[in-house]
Ligand binder design. Structure first.
Ligand code: ISL
Ligand code: CA
Length: 536
C-alpha cells in the first residue's frame, strides 16, 4: 500500500528472537541482543525484518500462544526495548514487521480466562464453545476440542491455543485496536499467522481425512475474505504498511483471491506447495526431494500468482540446505544455489536467520533434546500407533520444526550466549559461523550480499516478468525481464553434472563456481549462474 513500496522491491530477513542473540546470558535470545546485531543485519543489505512473536506468552508454542498482545515477554525485554529496536532499525533504513496471531490466543489470555468462567460472561463468545465436540482434528494431531467443566472449546492448534470466534464483532474491534497500537509505534506491517482459517463457517462434522478432518468448514471461507477486507479498509489503509499472510494449503487461485490489489485484502501470501516436494501427504513422511516437482510448482506459482512471498525456510521448516541441497559434500555450493533462486524469483524474498550462512538441520541426539510442542505431540501419537522407534527418530531428524530453531551461529564457540542455550546449538558452529564467513570473500554470506546487491542494481530482478526456460532434468533456467534488461538464472538443483540448454549467452554477473565463460555447457553439481542476457 502507498509510499515507495519497499515491500515489493526489498528483501525481508526473518528473526526468530528466541534463537538470535542473547544479551543477558539467560540462554534466551532477546530484543537487546537483536539491537546488538543490527549492524550485521544491515550489512546484509536487507530492507525489512520480520520478528516472530515477542509478545507476552506462556510459551506453549514459543510465543504463537499470546496472552497479551500489547506487552513484551520479559524473556525478550521491555516495551522500551521494542521501541528502541524499531528506532535503531529505522536509523539503519530497515523496517520491522511483526507477527499477527489472531486465529487463536493463549488459554492464559485474559479473554479466555474470563470466557471459561460462565456461559453469560461477556467474554464467553470471544471463543468457540460447544456442549459436544465435533470430529475435527488439530494441526498438532488429535482432537481439536478440549473440555473445561461441561463444555468443550475449539483449538485448531495446541490445547493452550483456543480459537477466537470471528463471528463476534467485539473480537474484530479488539484486534483492530491491537493493530493500531503496533502500527502507531512505527512498524511496517504484519505477517499474519494462519490467516486463511480464521472464519469457521459451520461446526458440523468434517469429512474424515488422514489429517485435518473438518478443514472444509474453515479453510478459505468467504467469511475470512470479509474479515480481511475490513482489517484492510478500517486499519491497514491508514498506514504505510503491508501484510503477508501465512496461508496453509492454498492453491494459486485461492492465493490470488487473497492478494489481488483490487480485492483490498492482503498484499502477498506464503504458500506451501513447493515445501511439499520432499514429502508424501504429510510433512512427517519425508521422501527424497524431487527438484523436478519443485521447479514445476515454482513455475506455476510464478506464472499464475499476482505477487509471491518467496521463501525456502522459516521457523517451522527444516533447513533448506539439508533438505533441498546437500549439507555435506556440497554444502556451500548448494546453499548458494538455493539462495540464487530465492533472490531472483519474481516476488518478495524472505530469508530466515542463519540461511545466509547455510545453517544446517540440528544435530539432536535424543528426543528430549527437541523442545517443540508439535514435535512432542507427534511422538506421542506415533508411539500410540506403534510406529517403530527408528521411524519416529527418522521423522524427527527430517521434519521437526526445531531444526530451524537452534541458535544463530555467530562464532566458532557459538557467540549466541555465554549461558546455557534454551535449545542446543549445532556442533557444526565450529565451521559454519558468521565470523568465519565474513572473513572469507568466497563464503555463503558474501555470496548472499552480492545477490542482494544485484537486486538493487538490476531492475529486472525486482520489477521484471518471469519466464521459465527449463524445468527438467534437475536444471532450472528462467528469465527475468524488464524493458531491455534480461537476466537469466541457471541452476543445477542436483549433485550430478548436468547439461544446460537452451544455450545462454551474455555476461556472467555471478556464479557459485567462479565460472567465467558460458561455452562449457555442463553444469557442475549445484552450480548456479546469473547472466545478464543478450536477449534470447
Ligand atoms: O508447522 C507446520 C508445517 O511444518 C504447520 O503445520 C504450521 O503449524 C502451520 O504452518 C501454522 O504455523 C503458524 O501457526 C502456528 C505456529 O505454531 C507456527 O509456528 C506458525 O508459523 C500456530 O500459531
Ligand atoms: Ca536473554
Amino acid at each position: 500500500m502507498k509510499s515507495n513500496e519497499v515491500w515489493k522491491t526489498g528483501v525481508v530477513y526473518q528473526i526468530y528472537p528466541r534463537s538470535f542473540m542473547d544479551s543477558n546470558q539467560d540462554g534466551i535470545g532477546d530484543l537487546k541482543g537483536i539491537i546488538q546485531r543490527l549492524d550485521y543485519v544491515q550489512s546484509l543489505g536487507v530492507d525489512m525484518i520480520w520478528l516472530s512473536p515477542v509478545y507476552q506468552s506462556p510459551n506453549d508454542d514459543n510465543g504463537y500462544d499470546i496472552s497479551d498482545y500489547c506487552a513484551i515477554h520479559p524473556d525478550f525485554g521491555t516495551m522500551e526495548d521494542m521501541e528502541q529496536l524499531i528506532e535503531e532499525a529505522r536509523k539503519r533504513n530497515m523496517k520491522i514487521i511483526m507477527d499477527l496471531v489472531i486465529n487463536h490466543t493463549s488459554d492464559e489470555h485474559r479473554w479466555f480466562v474470563e470466557s471459561q468462567k460462565s456461559e453469560d460472561n461477556p467474554y464467553r463468545d470471544y471463543y468457540i464453545w460447544q456442549k459436544k465436540p465435533n470430529n475435527w482434528t488439530s494441526f498438532f494431531s488429535g482432537s481439536a476440542w478440549d473440555r473445561i467443566g461441561d463444555w468443550y472449546y475449539l483449538h485448531l492448534f495446541s490445547k493452550k491455543q483456543p480459537d477466537l470466534n470471528w463471528k463476534n464483532p467485539r473480537v474484530m474491534e479488539e484486534i483492530q485496536s491491537i493493530m493500531h497500537f503496533w502500527l502507531k509505534k512505527g512498524i511496517y506491517g504484519f505477517r499474519c499467522d494462519v490467516i486463511n482459517i480464521l472464519f469457521k463457517t459451520s461446526l458440523a462434522n468434517g469429512k474424515k481425512r488422514l489429517v485435518l478432518t473438518g478443514k472444509e468448514h474453515y479453510h478459505s471461507q468467504e467469511g475470512c475474505h470479509h474479515i480481511l477486507k475490513k482489517l484492510r479498509t478500517d486499519v491497514l489503509n491508514q498506514y504505510d504498511c503491508f501484510t503477508v499472510g501465512e496461508t496453509v494449503m492454498v492453491t494459486p487461485k485461492q492465493a490470488n483471491d487473497l492478494i489481488l490489489p483490487e480485492r483490498q485484502e492482503l498484499d502477498m501470501v506464503f504458500a506451501f506447495e513447493h515445501m511439499e516436494t520432499d514429502q508424501i501427504n504429510n510433512k512427517w513422511f519425508k521422501t527424497r526431494f524431487s527438484a523436478n516437482r519443485f521447479m514445476k510448482v515454482i513455475k506455476t506459482w510464478q506464472e499464475e500468482v499476482h505477487w509471491n512471498a518467496n521463501y525456502l525456510e522459516n521457523h517451522d521448516q527444516p533447513r533448506s540446505v539439508s533438505r533441498f541441497g546437500n549439507d555435506q559434500t556440497y554444502h556451500p555450493e548448494s546453499a548458494k544455489m538455493l539462495l540464487s533462486i530465492l533472490l531472483t524469483l519474481k516476488g518478495t524474498p524472505f530469508v530466515y536467520q542463519g540461511q545466509e550462512i547455510g545453517m544446517t538441520n540440528g544435530d539432536f541426539k535424543s528426543i528430549d533434546a527437541f523442545k517443540d510442542v508439535e514435535t512432542h505431540r507427534i511422538v506421542a501419537l506415533a508411539k500410540k500407533l506403534h510406529f517403530p522407534k527408528w521411524y519416529i527418530w527418522h521423522m524427527l531428524k527430517t521434519a521437526s520444526r526445531d531444526h530451524a530453531r537452534t541458535p544463530m551461529q555467530w562464532t566458532k564457540e557459538g557467540g549466541f550466549t555465554e549461558g546455557t542455550p534454551w535449545i542446543q546449538m549445532n556442533a557444526n558452529k565450529a565451521t559454519i559461523n558468521v565470523d568465519n564467513q565474513l572473513n572469507d570473500p568466497h563464503s555463503i554470506v558474501c555470496y548472499f550480499k552480492t545477490l542482494v546487491q544485484l537486486r538493487k542494481d538490476y531492475a529486472a530482478l525486482t520489477k521484471g516478468t518471469f519466464r521459465a526456460l527449463k524445468t527438467q532434468n534437475n536444471v532450472f533456467v528462467f528469465e527475468r525481464k524488464h524493458q531491455d534488461e534480461s537476466i537469466i538464472v541457471v541452476a543445477n538443483m542436483s549433485a550430478k553434472p548436468r547439461r544446460f540448454n537452451p544455450l545462454v549467452t551474455g555476461k556472467i554477473l555471478l556464479s557459485n563456481t567462479n565460472r567465467n565463460d558460458l561455452t562449457n555447457g555442463i553444469l557442475k553439481p549445484y552450480e548456479a549462474i546469473i547472466v545478464l542476457g543478450e536477449s534470447l
